[in-house]
Each structure stands twice: as C-alpha cells, then as structure tokens.
Design a protein around this ligand. Structure first.
Ligand code: C5P
Length: 229
C-alpha cells in the first residue's frame, strides 16, 4: 500500500517578521520548508509527497521543489485554504482510496527525525490512526476564568505533534463528518477520536517543535548548528 506525506505549508503566519510566511524563512541558508521536505524525501517508507501551499506560490513551487531542493517524490502542489483543516482537506482531496496511508505533517516542524517517520509508518499500518506526542514537561491545569481548579496527572496527558498518520479512507470520512457537523478541532486525530476510534500514540521528542515565534527560529538555528558540528 502506498504511503503519502501531506505537508501543510499554506499558513500566512508572518508573526516572525518579514513579508514571507514563516515556513519560507531561512534556517542556516535553507527555507524551513525545505528542511522539512528533505526528511520525507530521504525516508524510504514514504512513496510520495503532496505539498499544500499558499495559492500565489503554487505555480513556482513544483519547479523549486524538484530542481532546487531535489524533492523528487513531490507528486503535487495544491493551494491551501483559510484555516489549517481546509488546507489538510485540500491535500486529502488530491488522494484517492488506493493511496492507502497518509502522514499529515506541519511544514514548520523541520526537526522530525527520519527514524520517527519509519516508526509512525509501521504503526499506522497496524492501527490505522496514529499520533506522535510527548509527556508535557510542565504541570497542566484546568482553569475556570482566572483560577486553576484541577490538576490532571501528568502521566495521563500527552502533548501531540505531527506527523499524524491515518488510513486514507478513515481520515477522509472523519473530515467529511467534521465539516458536516461544523466540528472544529486543533488537530487531525481529534476528528477520528470523535468517531469512536482510538488513536495509537507513538512517543516522540520535544525537539520536534513547531516554529512559531522569533525565539523558536533562534532555537532552531542553534540546534541545526549543533547538528552540523
Ligand atoms: O498556524 P499553525 O502554526 O497551526 O500552522 C501549522 C501548519 O499548518 C503550518 O505549516 C502552516 O503553514 C499550516 N497551515 C496551512 N493552512 C492554513 C493554516 C496553517 O497549511 N490555513
């Protein structure tokens, strides 16, 4: 069965500064998105890559990805939507059920390790729905207004990241139902959970963080520099 990676990179997040969305900012001379795509390019367990990108970059990106970044597994670049779920759906719509399994990954998480991708692919073939996550380092509180009212045990909590991986038919069904019901969630697995299906947890590491702020960009540069040493 085929395994596709959908990389969502259609956000317009320009909080970090500059005119480019954060996924196109440079990290030691390479765009963040290129670092991310390379991880899936070199992983033998990934057969093809669908990139979801801002509408105005969709014509130039296929050439850039294939010729300059050497992402030979790139099969399509499709325009994203207003919110992340719309962009994921645009990527899923580029697949059909013969595609087997899909890993959905944020373009702004360049520190995913290739060995972790391999582990996630093996798990999704067994369980059909998989998230990667870590135990939170901090204690998490439930709040009501300005007051903390409850403290869930840390070992019952998990902080989830991407990739999140699914059987293509299952995640398409979950998205169709969520759109129909007006259900909005902050990750893809939540849509599968509400169908009553358990999502298998693969333990990840805190280094697979999402680059969101200027501080994250600095930390990312320091990490990469260390890896290069
Ligand atoms: O905005 P957030 O940090 O949650 O974005 C996570 C990933 O989802 C980023 O790679 C971003 O480009 C992508 N995204 C998208 N389409 C949107 C919003 C976010 O592809 N409308």
């Amino acid at each position: 069965m085929l395994v596709t990676a959908i990389i969502v990179a259609a956000g317009s997040g320009k909080r970090i500064g500059g005119r480019l969305p954060k996924q196109f900012l440079s990290l030691l001379g390479k765009p963040i998105l290129q670092h991310t795509l390379e991880k899936f390019q070199v992983c033998d367990d990934i057969n093809k890559i669908v990139l979801v990108a801002p509408q105005d970059m969709c014509s130039e990106l296929p050439g850039v990805c294939r010729e300059q970044w050497h992402i030979e597994k790139l099969s399509r670049v499709v325009p994203g939507g207003a919110e992340r779920p719309d962009s994921v759906w645009a990527g899923l719509s580029a697949l059909d059920h013969t595609d087997g399994y899909v890993l959905i990954h944020d373009g702004v998480r360049p520190f995913i390790r290739v060995e972790k991708i391999v582990e996630i692919v093996a798990a999704v073939k067994k369980y059909d729905a998989v998230v990667v996550g870590v135990t939170p380092n901090d204690t998490i509180k439930i709040i009501k207004g300005q007051f903390a009212v409850e403290t869930p045990a840390r070992n019952s909590l998990v902080q989830v990241q991407t990739p999140q991986a699914f059987h293509v038919d299952l995640i398409k069904k979950a998205y169709t139902r969520a759109f129909r019901d007006g259900f909005v969630a902050t990750d893809d697995a939540a849509l599968v959970e509400r169908m009553g299906k358990g999502v298998f947890l693969v333990r990840g590491d805190h280094l697979n963080f999402k680059i969101t702020s200027p501080e994250d960009l600095k930390i990312a540069e320091m990490l990469l520099q260390k890896q290069d040493d």
